[in-house]
Write a protein that binds this ligand. Sequence first.
Ligand code: IPD
Ligand code: CA
Ligand code: CA
Length: 273
Amino acid sequence: MALTNQLFPHLPLPMLKKTLLKAVHAAAEVIRGFDDQDFLVSNKEGINNLVTEVDHVSEKVIIQTIKDAFPTHDIISEEVGELLQDSEYKWIIDPIDGTVNFAHRIPICCISIGIEKSGEMIMGAVFNPFMNELYVAERGEGATLNDKKISVSKKEKVINACLVTGFPYTYLDEPNGPLQTFERFIRKGVPVRRLGSAAIDLCWVAAGRFDGFYEHKLQAWDSAAGFIIVEEAGGKVTNLQGEPYSPYQPGIIASNGVIHEELVQVVNHGWTS
Ligand code: IPD
Ligand code: CA
Ligand code: CA
């Protein structure tokens, strides 16, 4: 699909952003094309760690779109891995985040693409083609949902918060693992949802639908775009210990910023009262 600037009709888009949007729209088109069609589903390591043929086609279209515009940029993408050329730009791609949902025709999944320049995340887009929700953020320019500015919630206490989390495909047996942390919130009556797409979890924090998100074991492509979208919506993202975030390590806590310290405390040590 040609990028006809439907979302930003008045702006001449810089090449990077234009390509980013073109890539997510092209992938969305592919994904929607399988709406009423069967597709092959197989599993990676772990019986329910699924990959579909649609993940591969979506990835192919995204990579081709990037290569057409920026043949020398680095790419890291979930299914093909690293395509590195020593560029200062790196595109971090999840061709379908929420593959288990997608394979079950649950419309909570998305395309997620983040762009790093010299190791700093500078731009990201997350598109749920079934809900028609496009989240975009650019460093210093704020975050949008379908071209409207979004911002995080104002909730002040974790006890009043609505949280979201995710679980790894295989059981993580470690102190303060996902189940222990989950139990800690549930025993206090704090709602913790599980949508099945880390990128959408992050965007829904950015949009103020959730007050916080935590997860123990993610990959760079799960969080690269969502991370900058939360930050640009006024939120905070750290690792599980509350230290500066890097998508290249597994744990993440994202929040509206106000409840962040308390959320880090509860995730790591439990409630103080
Ligand atoms: C998964 C989703 C899920 C998270 C898993 C991820 P995938 O990505 O983001 O929410 O809990 O850890 O692997 O496999 O659907 O791309
Ligand atoms: Ca993913
Ligand atoms: Ca994926």
